[in-house]
Design a protein. Structure first.
Length: 241
């Protein structure tokens, strides 16, 4: 069994899980398309505001479709002993997790691409001025958030609590980029500075400003932190009561 096989397995299990599809694909897609479209209806000439709204919702796509998706999926497979059985094969631990992370990242990028096209057609949001930077940051963000989601499973006691446990990440990501409205403006400046360090904020900042260095460094740091956390704390079996 190879890395390609684990990638296909993760993809197949994902598309067969209707609940996961609803939560990690349909929900963020509706938010990412619906909010800019609503903005255009409320303010017909506000293309710039609709564009900023959609760019902010990239954080929601990443936090749900990448982070929450992989955290929920791995928590469920851990509790169902699927991960334990996979470890009994010739696969290494790294290949098992890399296949799941790669599959999740691919699905996240696909959702982002579909939403980018949809908001252009439905709300007049222009395509990214720098498509290469846009694509690179979405791909990097998807990989990093999926890696962090895998690491986060160590803090999830049971699979049925996975969705609720991931909600703070979703909320903070949306607030940090303005996807949930001007909530951030009412927060203390030190909170805003902390929110700027989130990996989802790094992706959105790069897309909005065209900056590369700082967002890339932040994503790299979070990626390394995720890998280290997986090596130290990732659990392959359920906790014993």
């Amino acid at each position: 069994m190879t890395l390609t096989a684990t990638y296909r397995l993760g993809t197949r299990l994902f598309w067969q899980d209707r609940a996961l599809l609803l939560g990690s694909v349909l929900t963020p897609a509706l938010i990412a398309i619906g909010l800019p479209l609503l903005m255009r209806h409320l303010r017909p000439g506000a293309t710039g505001e609709a564009t900023a709204q959609f760019q902010g919702t990239l954080a929601i796509i990443l936090s749900i479709t990448a982070f929450m998706n992989v955290a929920v999926a791995l928590s469920a497979r851990r509790d169902q002993l699927v991960l334990k059985r996979l470890r009994a094969t010739t696969l290494t631990d790294g290949r098992i997790l890399a296949g799941q992370i790669a599959a999740t990242a691919t699905q996240t990028v696909a959702v982002a691409v579909v939403c980018t096209v949809a908001v252009n057609l439905a709300a007049g949001v222009p395509y990214p001025a720098n498509p290469l930077l846009y694509g690179a940051m979405v791909i990097a963000g998807s990989v990093v958030l999926a890696t962090l989601g895998a690491a986060y499973t160590a803090a999830i006691p049971r699979a049925e609590l996975a969705g609720a446990a991931c909600m703070p990440v979703f909320l903070l990501s949306g607030i940090a980029t303005g996807a949930m409205g001007p909530i951030r403006e009412a927060l203390p400046s030190w909170v805003g500075a902390a929110l700027d360090l989130l990996p989802t904020t790094a992706v959105v900042d790069a897309v909005r400003t065209g900056a590369v260095a700082r967002p890339a460094l932040l994503l790299a740091a979070w990626g390394v932190a995720g890998v280290v956390a997986i090596r130290l704390w990732f659990r392959w079996e359920p906790r014993r009561s």
